[in-house]
Design a binder for this molecule. Structure first.
Ligand code: IMP
Length: 424
C-alpha cells in the first residue's frame, strides 16, 4: 500500500470514520494533519462497540499502529486527555510510543472556546453565525495566524508560558468583556491547569514531522486521516461558512510536515447524497418532507454536536470540484443503502448563473441548480456481496456519479459495519 490519504469530498460527515478504520487495519502509522475536536469520526469495532473519536487518530484501536496528531492540528488538552480516559475505561490504552503529538500543535485554550460560543450566540451586526461546533477551533487558528498562539512545545517552558498567557489574556479578556459582555478568564488559573496536565502531555510530544518523513522514506504503510471535507476547507470551501483549517488534502504537506510531492493514493469519501451541518450555501439541499425523510433514513445527526444535518441530492458540481482541487484518484461512496426506497432520486449536474465554483455567499445566492432525475430502486441493499448483486438502478446511479465527477468509484459502503463494503 502506498501512503493513503483519506479526505472528505463534501462538507464533512461523509462516513470517513468507517473508511479510516478499514484502512487503519493495514497501516503502520495513522496521521491527522488538520482540525481539532470539531471532528467526530465514528468507528464501530467488530465486537459491536462504537466509539466517536474527536482528536485521536483512527489507528488507536489497533495495537502497534503509531498514531500521530500532526502540527497542523489544534488540540484542546483537556478534551484530548478526556478522550484517552474514555477509551481507557473500555480497556483501550495505546502502548508507549504509539501515540504522539507534534510539538507544533497549537493548544485550544478556554478563551478560544468562550469566544467561539459568544460569537455564535450573538454575532456582531453585519456578521452571520457560522454554526460552528463551539469547540474554539476558529479562535485558536486566529491566534496561530496572528502568531500569538501557544504550541504544545511551550508547555515545557513554564516561565515563558505564563508570560504568553498573560499577554493573551489581556487581549482576549478585553474582547470577551467589552464586545461580548462575557466573563473574563483568569490566566493564572489556566497556567496552573496546564501545568497540571503537562506531565501527561509532554511525554507524548515529539518532532512528528521527522518521524513521518522517515516512515515515508522507509516505505512504511501510512494513512493520512483527513477531518471535515474539501467544501469546509478555509481557502477552497464555501467561505466564510467553513472551518478554519485546510481540511482538503492541500493542507496535508504543511500539517503533517511532509513535502508536497509526496506520492499519495488520495481517496475522496463521498456520501451517496449530501449533508451539511451549520449555516452556509448548500445548492443541492432538499427542504421539506423529502429532506426530512432522507435525514431519518440516514440517521443524519452530527457526531460532535448532535445537531440535525441538512440533507440534499448528490451534488456532482461540488463533487467534481473537490476531486480536481484535492487531487483525488478515486471515490469511496458511502451510505448507498440509505437511498433504497427513496422514490424520487436526483443529481445536481450544473450550477447555472455563475462561472466556476462560487467564492462567496452572494455568488452562491445566484446559483440555479440543474438537476437530473435518475432511476431509483426499492430493494434493500443489505447483505449484497458484490457490485453485480446491486439492483440495476443502483449500479446506474454509481456509474453516473463516476461519469460526472471524473474519477472511478472504487468502493461502496452499504452499512455501518466493517464488512458492509463492496468493491466496484
Ligand atoms: P468549526 O470547525 O467548529 O469552526 O465550525 C465551522 C463549520 O464547520 C461549521 O459549519 C461546522 O458545522 C462545520 N464542521 C466542523 N467540523 C465538522 C465535522 O467534522 N463535520 C461536519 N461539519 C463540521
Amino acid at each position: 500500500m502506498a501512503a493513503v490519504c483519506i479526505v472528505g469530498s463534501q462538507w464533512g460527515d461523509e462516513g470517513k470514520g468507517k473508511v479510516i478504520d478499514l484502512f487503519a487495519q493495514k497501516a503502520e502509522m495513522v496521521v491527522r494533519w488538520a482540525g481539532g475536536n470539531n471532528a467526530g469520526h465514528t468507528i464501530r469495532l467488530p465486537d459491536g462497540r462504537e466509539f466517536i473519536l474527536h482528536l485521536l487518530p483512527g489507528g488507536i484501536f489497533k495495537p502497534g499502529v503509531v498514531n500521530v496528531l500532526g502540527g497542523g492540528m489544534v488540540v484542546d488538552p483537556w478534551q484530548f486527555l478526556a478522550e484517552l480516559d474514555m477509551l481507557a475505561q473500555s480497556g483501550i490504552e495505546p502502548e508507549p510510543g504509539t501515540l504522539l503529538l507534534s510539538h507544533r500543535c497549537h493548544l485550544v485554550l478556554p478563551w478560544h472556546r468562550r469566544l467561539d460560543r459568544c460569537r455564535e450566540a450573538g454575532p456582531a451586526p453585519g456578521e452571520d453565525p457560522i454554526g460552528t461546533t463551539g469547540r474554539g477551533i476558529g479562535p485558536c487558528y486566529e491566534d496561530k495566524a496572528s502568531r500569538k498562539g501557544l504550541r504544545l512545545s511551550h508547555l515545557a517552558r513554564p516561565e515563558r508560558l505564563a508570560a504568553r498567557l498573560e499577554a493573551l489574556a489581556r487581549e482576549k479578556n478585553a474582547l470577551l468583556t467589552t464586545v461580548y459582555g462575557a466573563d473574563p478568564i483568569d490566566p493564572g488559573k489556566v497556567a496552573a491547569d496546564l501545568a497540571a496536565l503537562a506531565d501527561r502531555l509532554l511525554p507524548l510530544a515529539a518532532d512528528t514531522d521527522r518521524l513521518v518523513r522517515r516512515a515515508l522514506s522507509e516505505g512504511r504503510e501510512i494513512l493520512f486521516e483527513g477531518a471535515q471535507g474539501v467544501l469546509l476547507d478555509l481557502d477552497l470551501g464555501t467561505y466564510p461558512f467553513v472551518t478554519s483549517s485546510n481540511a482538503s488534502s492541500c493542507g496535508l504537506p504543511a500539517g503533517a510536515g511532509v513535502p508536497p510531492r509526496t506520492p499519495l493514493r488520495t481517496i475522496g469519501i463521498a456520501k451517496a447524497y449530501c449533508t451539511r451541518v451549520g449555516e452556509g450555501p448548500f445548492p443541492s439541499e432538499i427542504t421539506g418532507p423529502a429532506g426530512e425523510a432522507l435525514r431519518e433514513a440516514g440517521r443524519e445527526f452530527g457526531a460532535t454536536t448532535g445537531r440535525p444535518r441538512r440533507c440534499g441530492w448528490f451534488d456532482a458540481v461540488a463533487g467534481r470540484y473537490a476531486v480536481e482541487v484535492s487531487g483525488m484518484d478515486e471515490l469511496f461512496l458511502t451510505k448507498l443503502d440509505v437511498l433504497s426506497g427513496m422514490g424520487e432520486l436526483r443529481i445536481v449536474t450544473a450550477y447555472e448563473g455563475v462561472r466556476g465554483f462560487p467564492a462567496d455567499r452572494e455568488a452562491f445566492d445566484r446559483v440555479r441548480t440543474r438537476t437530473e432525475p435518475v432511476a431509483s430502486w426499492s430493494e434493500s441493499l443489505a447483505g449484497r456481496q458484490c457490485f453485480a448483486d446491486l439492483p440495476p438502478a443502483a449500479r446506474a446511479y454509481v456509474a453516473r456519479i463516476e461519469e460526472l465527477v471524473g474519477v472511478p468509484v472504487t468502493m461502496i459502503s452499504l452499512g455501518p459495519g466493517r464488512r458492509e463494503v463492496i468493491p466496484r
